[in-house]
Design a protein. Structure first.
Length: 162
């Protein structure tokens, strides 16, 4: 089973149990008896990435930065007060976020595809002159021809290439 299939199972289960919450223990028990995968794949996926991140940043002091991803922010909360915000909270936040993000992203992508197909003659784009003078991306000197900006930092180059 892959992550997309696991997310689908999770969302179907959540939709049903959200309506009939009193049925949750019964539905879960029946699914386990029938060997229907519940959410273990997603839990394992989250646990693997949390463990990898903890191993990679084991000796770093955690301070929230603006460009931190969701997991980095959760781990910063955990390191600030590991009793109040346990690793279980990190795991469940990641787990819930995967379901929520996949749902909203799929709805947004479906809407974009619908409108693109409905208006097939429309050309969607952005003027490159405008895009490449974004000071938030290219720095305060975005209007200056300075190709070495791409060589100064791999992280910054990655941000500029998006």
């Amino acid at each position: 089973m892959g992550l997309m299939r696991a997310i689908h199972i999770y969302l179907v289960h959540s939709a049903n149990v959200g309506i009939y919450s009193e049925w949750h223990p019964i539905i879960s028990y029946i699914k386990v008896l029938l060997g229907i995968p519940m959410m273990q794949y997603m839990v394992d996926f989250c646990q693997k990435h949390i463990t990898e991140r903890l191993d990679a940043t084991k000796f770093e002091t955690r301070v929230t930065r603006q460009d931190d991803d969701f997991l980095a922010k959760l781990l910063t909360l955990h390191s600030g007060d590991p009793v109040k915000f346990t690793i279980y909270h990190v795991l469940m936040s990641c787990f819930t976020n995967i379901g929520a993000v996949s749902d909203t992203t799929s709805i947004s992508m479906a809407a974009v595809m619908y409108h693109l197909m409905k208006n097939a003659e429309a050309i969607v784009g952005v003027n490159s002159w405008v895009a490449h003078r974004n000071k938030d991306v290219f720095g305060a000197d975005a209007d200056t021809y300075r190709p070495e900006r791409w060589l100064e930092s791999a992280k910054r180059a990655s941000k500029m290439e998006k």
